[in-house]
Design a binder for this molecule. Structure first.
Ligand code: T3D
Length: 262
């Protein structure tokens, strides 16, 4: 049987591929477990300096595997807070706390939690034929995996409300125009472009990039005063890295910096 998650490390990039294409890469418990392991490895393994998340086949991810939910007459009601609390929330928290950049290559439809896990990544690239669907309202649920946090912050309340209440498909190019994602690329260029981007990040000043990510992640809920203090503290940390010394030395010597991620 094929693995529901493929993980490969090359040139400092850990590529994680959701691999249940016949179910549009929807999440089940096994996939969540493997994702947990993959992100834990990304955190502890210094040779991994960026993560690339994508999907196998024609979809990125269709959210929760609905075939795992017994909603037949007479079946006991399911407490969905259990899976949200034990799988989705820890996944999004882990991704946001990872001190390394995560690139998402949205290769096809991203629906439900699949859309919001994509939005939890740091740079979202999408194939022009891809789309984003807040599918929750169509089945009587509430956007989870950070959807109600990311959407209004990325596209404003009016558009967030429309996406969440209607659950309609948003084409990748509209998602780019609205500022929901970083950019779209031609379908046949997605893998190359996402890999190029992830490798460029992996060759960057990893500690500094991690600090940038931390500042951006908390800025949504910080005051300007708190953010200014945080920037001061993070700059202190960044200034103690080897990569900062290398960056300045390379600039002065008019050469390309060789960052080591330290
Ligand atoms: O339960 C909890 O733990 C709470 C947490 C919830 C988090 C969530 O993500 S809730 C939202 C769950 N996801 C959805 O509601 C999306 C369901 N899927 C769709 O709406 C559509 O499949 C898509 C719009 C994503 C794609 O449509 P289309 O026409 O391109 O493909 P399709 O024909 O609908 O799907 C192809 C196959 O994948 C099909 O199986 P089949 O007929 O070929 O055997 C379909 O049943 C299967 N599939 C698609 N999405 C899911 C799925 N199977 C299980 N779970 C899915 N989410």
């Amino acid at each position: 049987m094929s693995q529901p998650l493929l993980v490969a490390v090359d040139s400092g990039v850990q590529t994680i591929t959701l691999n249940r294409p016949d179910r549009l890469n929807s999440f089940n418990a096994e996939m969540h477990g493997l994702l947990r392991e993959a992100f834990a490895r990304a955190e502890r393994d210094a040779s991994i300096r960026a993560v690339l998340l994508t999907g196998a086949g024609r979809a990125f991810c269709a959210g929760q595997d609905l075939s795992e939910r017994d909603v037949s007459a007479g079946a006991a009601s399911i407490d969905l807070s259990v899976t949200v609390g034990s799988h989705y929330n820890p996944l999004v928290r882990r991704m946001r706390a990872l001190p390394k950049p995560i690139v998402c290559a949205v290769n096809g439809v991203a629906a439900g939690a699949g859309a919001n896990v994509a939005l939890a990544c740091d740079l979202v690239l999408a194939a022009k034929s891809a789309s984003f669907i807040q599918a929750f309202a169509k089945i009587g649920l509430v956007p989870d995996s950070g959807g109600t946090y990311f959407l209004p912050r990325l596209v404003g309340t009016a558009r967030a409300m429309g996406l969440a209440l209607l659950g309609d498909r948003l084409a990748a190019e509209d998602a780019e125009r609205w500022g929901l994602i970083w950019k779209t690329v031609e379908d046949d260029k997605l893998t190359d472009e996402a890999t190029r981007l992830a490798r460029a990040l992996a060759a960057g000043p990893t500690k500094g990039l991690g600090l940038i990510k931390r500042a951006m992640v908390v800025s949504a809920s910080n005051t300007l005063d708190a953010q200014l203090d945080l920037e001061r503290d993070l700059q202190r940390e960044a200034g103690f890295t080897e990569d900062y010394r290398e960056g300045v030395a390379a600039f002065m010597e008019k050469r390309k910096p060789e960052f080591r991620g330290r």
